[in-house]
Design a protein around this ligand. Structure first.
Ligand SMILES: Nc1ccn([C@@H]2O[C@H](COP(=O)(O)O)[C@@H](O)[C@H]2O)c(=O)n1
Ligand SMILES: C[C@@]1(CO)OP(=O)(O)OP(=O)(O)OC[C@H]1O
Length: 162
């Protein structure tokens, strides 16, 4: 009898938005007047996914593995961080089942970019694009997201092994 083992994890990230920063989201650079501020490229969606994957195996969080004082991660492309996190999951004998994420952002509309993000992230996680769900909402002009001061993302990931 094959007994499959499943684990789930959740992730959350926030970044400030400021003028003069490139706007990276889901591994894509999106044209916009503002971008997320951070030590890395500040890709809040990838960071939330990394934390969900790490959380599934109780492997602490993204800042634990890639400290924001470490010059190796200055302006790093977050796709490289996700690649390393996926390797940690595989090293423990697990594969990724699916990821479901939600981005909370007042502007710009990110819907047109979601299929490309799914493709990029699925390739890194060795799953298919329809196993990477990316959703978006505004904050209805409320709070720091509503004032266009910041962006948040949450993610849930399922991983499994035979
Ligand atoms: N940055 C965003 C925010 C939302 N969307 C899409 O627009 C729809 C309406 O958003 P509400 O917050 O007004 O409900 C939503 O369903 C998202 O698909 C977006 O693309 N980018
Ligand atoms: C990714 C890291 C590392 O460069 O830096 P930031 O871009 O500041 O992002 P954050 O979401 O605060 O997560 C952890 C950091 O260590």
């Amino acid at each position: 009898m094959i007994v499959m083992k499943f684990r789930i994890g959740q992730g959350y990230d926030v970044h400030q938005l400021a003028e003069g920063r490139a706007f990276w989201l889901g591994g894509l650079q999106i044209p916009h007047t503002r971008g997320a501020v951070g030590h890395s490229d500040a890709d809040v969606l990838i960071h939330a996914i990394c934390d969900a994957l790490l959380g599934a195996l109780a492997l602490r969080d993204i800042g634990y593995h890639f400290p924001n004082k470490d010059p190796r991660y200055k302006d790093i492309d977050s796709k490289k961080l996700l690649t390393q996190v996926v390797a940690m999951i595989h090293e423990k004998g697990y594969l990724i089942g699916n990821v479901d994420a939600m981005v909370c952002l007042e502007e710009p509309k990110i819907n047109p970019y979601i299929p490309e993000m799914q493709k990029i992230l699925a390739e890194i996680m060795h799953i298919s694009p329809d196993e990477v769900s990316i959703k978006a909402t505004t904050s209805e002009k409320l709070g720091f997201v509503g004032r266009k001061e910041g962006i948040t993302a949450t993610a849930i990931a399922l991983i499994y092994k035979n």
